[in-house]
Design a protein around this ligand. Structure first.
Ligand SMILES: *Cc1c(COP(=O)(O)O)cnc(C)c1O
Length: 365
């Protein structure tokens, strides 16, 4: 049997084993072509079937109505940070950004480069180290706002919007680290973007879902072609060579997600994992201290906590590795431990971690 570890990396992150095994089986002779999917034209009928299936599965799993376009682009969330203001904010429109973490701040800074003071801060919890989300009464959203940008899951800090921000303005959302963790109503969203490498597949593919009225709002004719959202929508993400192998793997992950019961089943799994892990942290609260200060804001994807000392933290990471668990070291600015429990992490894997945490606290507490 191939050696596999329990993978808690924050991104790129683990993929469902059946999606990888399918890739292994199909690698050398894809769809009877005698070639791998990496080696054939992105205009071939064999690749086209994969491309269409990835888009159709995204639409089906997320329940996306026809008046939203689904795009599979490149450049990660970082390119989207810039493309959004380039397409939507150069004509003097205004937008409000909710700053809840490292990535939300980055999105805001990039938008400012394009649109200056037309990009405003709706709220920021930086003074509290982003260890909580803003409350409804803290949000300042202008009546003239074209959209409210937020980050649904703060990958570094471990907070997550379980209820989306209260506003009647359309949302633009960075869902890089919790896309498809559960079903939700997409109608209030003008645009959603997500790098694939946390919850969907390998790096190199960025899922962009854009409502038709937002595509029509774009003022993109004078932008270099790749930067125009309307062009990618019109060309069905085949304006240039897409990340064919990345999209192929995305297809495998989505097909697997469907086979296990779709987003409802995935949400049930994710909630169970969160319950088990946070249950352990709360039970052993004298030893493990959560970073996030408000229980209601806790992320079901990234769980940050501290041990009593840096020495114990290093020992924890080392012993966990010996026990077959990797990716637990906290983000550099925060320290401590970060456990990323994206869709591909299973309930039994989290149970193994929690058993380890119980034994570690007993021995060292
Ligand atoms: C990982 C991550 C990013 C960065 O994504 P890239 O694909 O590297 O650009 C941005 N936002 C969030 C919420 C993330 O988790």
């Amino acid at each position: 049997m191939t050696h596999r570890v329990i993978n808690f990396y924050a991104g790129p992150a683990g993929l469902p084993l059946p999606a990888l095994e399918r890739a292994q089986e199909e690698l050398l002779d894809f769809a009877g072509t005698g070639m791998s999917v990496m080696e054939i034209s992105h205009r071939s009928k064999e690749y086209d079937a994969v491309h269409e299936e990835a888009i159709a599965l995204t639409r089906e799993l997320m329940g996306i109505p026809e008046h939203f376009k689904i795009m599979l682009l490149q450049g990660g969330a970082h390119l989207a940070f810039g493309m959004i203001p380039l397409n939507l904010l150069r004509s003097g429109r205004k937008a409000d950004y909710i700053l809840t973490g490292n990535w939300a701040e980055k999105a805001y800074q990039e938008a400012q480069l394009v649109a200056g003071n037309n990009v405003r801060v709706a709220a920021s919890t930086k003074a509290d180290k982003f260890a909580r989300l803003p409350k409804a009464h803290e949000l300042k959203i202008g009546a003239d706002s074209a959209f409210v940008h937020f980050t649904s899951n703060n990958t570094v800090e471990g907070t997550q919007f379980h209820q989306f921000p209260q506003t009647d303005k359309p949302y633009i959302c960075d869902m890089s680290s919790d896309i498809m963790w559960r079903p939700f109503d997409i109608n209030p969203f003008g645009l959603i973007y997500a790098g694939a490498q946390k919850n969907l597949g390998p790096s190199g593919v960025t899922l962009v879902i854009m409502r038709d009225d937002f595509i029509e709002m774009c003022e993109a004719q004078d932008l270099p072609s790749y930067l125009r959202y309307p062009l990618h929508a019109e060309k069905n993400s085949l304006y240039n060579t897409p990340s064919t192998f990345g999209i192929y793997l995305l297809r495998n992950v989505l097909a697997y997600n469907k086979s296990i019961g779709g987003l409802q089943a995935i949400e049930a799994n994710n909630r169970k994992k969160g319950e088990i892990l946070y249950g352990c942290i709360d039970r052993l609260g004298d030893f493990y201290k959560p970073f996030v200060t408000e229980k209601a804001d806790r992320s079901m994807m990234n769980v940050d906590f501290f041990l009593p000392s840096e020495d114990l933290t290093a020992t924890f990471v080392g012993e966990a590795k010996k026990a077959g668990m990797v990716g637990l070291k906290g983000y550099r600015d925060i320290g401590g431990i970060r456990v990323s429990i994206y869709n591909a992490v299973t309930v039994p894997q989290v149970e193994v971690l929690v058993d380890f945490m119980e034994a570690f606290a007993k021995k060292n507490g």
